[in-house]
Ligand binder design. Structure first.
Ligand SMILES: *Cc1c(COP(=O)(O)O)cnc(C)c1O
Length: 475
């Protein structure tokens, strides 16, 4: 395909996309394909000669959409959302066309300067104090790793990046058991080791217990470990649990530990001032991550890490060989020095489009609606025969079990979940909470409507009757 043909094919792709978005709700939400089915439709070897774009596009239409799980389906209630407002999709198209590497200021000044401004717009939108700066990363996983590496190096006074960790005291990092698995992964690959991630006791709500944190740190110090940092969680992935930041950060400060807050999902809701009690005390954190690509509507990938002071992280990750020097410009911001990869996409553009096309008031209304509809669904499900709420709504996430009389609740709940996802009208996923198999239900897809949530409740009622042997006998 030649450059001159770009318009024709981009137009064709846009037409396909518009049709897809307007009809996606007629598709089953979760892909209904068996493992290997899609791979079997692809040739074993790459083509030696050019193929016609017509044929390529036809194969796309024939093979791909039916093999996808549809994250922009309005009845996607699984995992957490990966919402993509159409305005952010348009921005992503423009980013793709310019195809710039935005690693240094001079490799794309607009990308750097719009990123700086968008991070500050989001800082204001979330109600964080002035002084927080930040950077857009691909994922919260990457931001979590950057924060853990910074904790490590700050505790070692930056000896680790120079001499390595041999001969150093064993580092310790503290977190509640509700933190995401990407924290465990960060600890592993930062060379600290899983055993040195201390999961601190929580209270009944799943929040880390500050007294237990203090004891754990003091005991470790006395035993010759080197405590380095604390990772706190707002809106945990399993059931949405949150730590109480103010008392936990106060304990971390007693020991001069670096504090990172992972609010990957729940952070978006902090654009609503009335919800900010959830992360009361957040202004005392050193580092905060949230994903506009989850609940806010910025197309994946877009994760913002805020930093009270970027210096420790840039000192940990920044490296400037001569071939990356910008002659005569030592004062400019090179965001690649704040993160792990050198190459960077122009991710700020989709935030700019999103925030302007909707305005904060519309984005807040969507989040408020999602929470209200989730509460309605939780109440309706709690009142249905055989259903039991296992965790109440935390923002727009709750969990439940289906336990008809006399049946094993874990088994019945799992059977219901399979029936739901084979049916396809809605999509739900599960977690294990306090040893029980529970179904998670979150509302957050950008274009979800109240009737979509109501339909989900109806589908659950209908399919539960279908899998319940007692109900079958009555018929
Ligand atoms: C989703 C999630 C993550 C991982 O996010 P990615 O951007 O996919 O890496 C980390 N922490 C929490 C609390 C999450 O909800």
């Amino acid at each position: 395909m030649k450059r001159e043909d770009y318009y024709r094919w981009a137009e064709r792709a846009a037409r396909w996309g518009a049709e897809y978005l307007s009809t996606v709700e007629n598709r089953p939400v979760r892909a209904q394909t068996a493992p290997g089915e899609i791979a079997a439709m692809l040739p074993w070897a790459p083509p030696e000669l050019p193929e016609d774009m017509e044929a390529i596009f036809a194969d796309f239409e024939r093979i791909v959409p039916d093999g996808m799980t549809h994250w922009q389906h309005p009845r996607f209630f699984a995992y957490f959302p990966a919402s993509a407002a159409p305005a952010s999709m348009v921005a992503e198209n423009l980013t793709a066309v310019m195809a710039a590497q935005c690693m240094l200021w001079q490799t794309s000044p607009a990308a750097t300067e719009i990123e700086t401004r968008m991070v500050d717009w989001m800082r204001q939108a979330l109600g964080l104090p002035e002084g927080f700066q930040g950077v857009i990363q691909d994922t919260a996983t990457a931001a979590n790793l950057c924060a853990v590496l910074t904790m490590r190096e700050r505790a070692l006074n930056w000896r680790g990046i120079d001499a390595g960790m041999t001969g150093e005291k064993r580092l310790r990092i503290y977190a509640s058991p509700e933190t995401h698995s990407s924290i465990d992964k960060s600890i592993r690959i930062a060379g600290i080791g899983q055993r040195n991630l201390v999961k601190v006791l929580t209270d009944g709500s799943g929040a880390l217990d500050p007294g237990a944190l203090r004891t754990a740190i003091a005991d470790d110090r006395a035993a010759g470990f080197l405590p380095a940092g604390v990772v706190l969680c707002i809106g945990g992935t399993s059931v949405g649990a949150s730590d109480r930041l103010r008392p936990a950060i106060e304990v971390a400060r007693e020991f001069d530990l670096y504090v990172h807050v992972d609010a990957a999902w729940a952070g978006s809701a902090m654009i609503c001032p009335e919800l900010r009690g959830l992360w009361e005390g957040v202004e005392n954190a050193d580092s905060i991550v949230f994903n506009p690509h989850k609940w806010l509507g910025a197309q994946f990938d877009c994760s913002i890490q805020f930093l009270a002071d970027p210096e420790p992280q840039v000192r940990t990750l920044g490296i400037r060989p001569e071939y990356l020097e910008t002659l005569g410009q030592s004062e400019i911001t090179n965001y690649s020095e704040w993160t792990i990869p050198l190459g960077r996409r122009f991710r700020a553009l989709k935030l700019w489009f999103l925030l302007r096309a909707h305005g904060l008031e519309d984005l807040r209304q969507r989040i408020r609606d999602h929470i209200a509809w989730s509460e309605e669904a939780a109440a309706a499900i709690a009142s249905m025969d055989g259903f039991r709420l296992m965790t109440n709504c935390r923002l727009s996430l709750f969990t439940f079990q289906y336990a008809p009389d006399g049946e094993d609740a874990d088994g019945a709940t799992e059977r219901l979940l399979r029936a739901v996802n084979d049916d396809g009208r809605i999509y739900l996923t599960h977690t294990i909470h306090e040893g029980r198999f529970v179904i998670r239900f979150q509302v957050g897809q950008f274009d979800c409507r109240r009737e979509d949530v109501q339909m989900a409740v109806d589908v659950l009622r209908e399919l539960a009757a279908g899998i319940n042997p007692c109900a079958r006998n009555e018929r």
